[in-house]
Design a protein around this ligand. Structure first.
Ligand SMILES: C[S@@+](CC[C@H](N)C(=O)[O-])C[C@H]1O[C@@H](n2cnc3c(N)ncnc32)[C@H](O)[C@@H]1O
Length: 229
């Protein structure tokens, strides 16, 4: 008897989107223009970290984060996963002048990469880069509170991040998580450990009794959660 073919699909490192390339480009082109600092940062990332460019959230997600931060009138923002600083700077652009964005990354190169682009932006002074393991840093935050959290670090910890981030949000606070469709692998019958963790995060997120949850197929999938009480 022949074996059932494995449904496990190799996870790709190319930029993920569920839209055709034409439509994805069209959507990007019909978002607000990026600031000069964000544009320069994206271009420099493409040049210097081409292998990892898929990590950068990009124009559509960046402008959505900026819009949500501004709409929520968030002053205290937490960015989990700095990479080269794109999401941190995009969200800083949405905060008022006394806003603060704390961005965490385990890789010390992230701070060094982001620094010149933060320096060239009128919003860069709002951003504080911390080199740390985010899960350890979060465990130490007993009194901290953030109006807005963007989760975009190690996917296998997403279920734990949901718990640790949720207690830092006040009622009315927003949590946005990136890559929640994980290239479509969340629906695989034999998901990778990352896809399985992201799926568990999504299951837990939409069952929170004190949240409004929306899962959007923008880019690699975004989970939007508003804490209701
Ligand atoms: C997808 S990238 C973040 C992209 C960034 N948010 C943006 O929009 O450009 C994920 C980042 O998370 C960092 N990371 C992974 N696991 C981490 C952990 N446990 N603690 C802190 N940073 C972590 C990686 O070093 C990487 O830079």
């Amino acid at each position: 008897m022949s074996e059932t073919p494995s449904k496990k699909v190799k996870e790709s490192k190319t930029p993920r989107t569920f839209l055709s390339p034409d439509i994805a480009d069209y959507c990007d082109a019909h978002c607000s223009a990026e600031s000069a600092a964000l544009r320069n940062l994206a271009a420099f990332t493409a040049e210097k970290r081409a292998d990892y460019q898929v990590n950068l959230s990009g124009r559509s997600v960046g402008q959505l984060l900026k819009l949500l931060v501004a709409t929520a009138q968030a002053k205290r923002v937490l960015d989990i996963g700095t990479f080269t600083g794109y999401s941190a700077l995009a969200m800083a652009e949405g905060t008022p002048d006394d806003g603060q964005v704390v961005t965490l990354d385990a890789n010390p190169l992230s701070q060094a990469f982001a620094a010149p682009f933060l320096a060239q932006s009128p919003h860069g002074h709002k951003v504080t880069c911390i080199t740390c393991f985010a899960h350890e840093w979060l465990a130490e935050q007993s009194d901290a509170s953030f109006d807005f959290i963007f989760l975009d670090a190690d996917k296998h910890r997403y279920p734990d991040y949901l718990t640790s981030c949720w207690r830092l949000l006040p009622a009315g606070g927003l949590l946005v998580a990136d890559n929640v469709l994980w290239g479509g692998h969340v629906t695989s019958e034999q998901p990778s450990s990352r896809a399985e963790a992201v799926d568990r995060f999504n299951q837990a997120a939409c069952q929170l009794v004190d949240a409004i949850a929306v899962c959007l197929p923008l880019r690699d999938g975004l989970m939007l959660l508003r804490k209701t009480s």
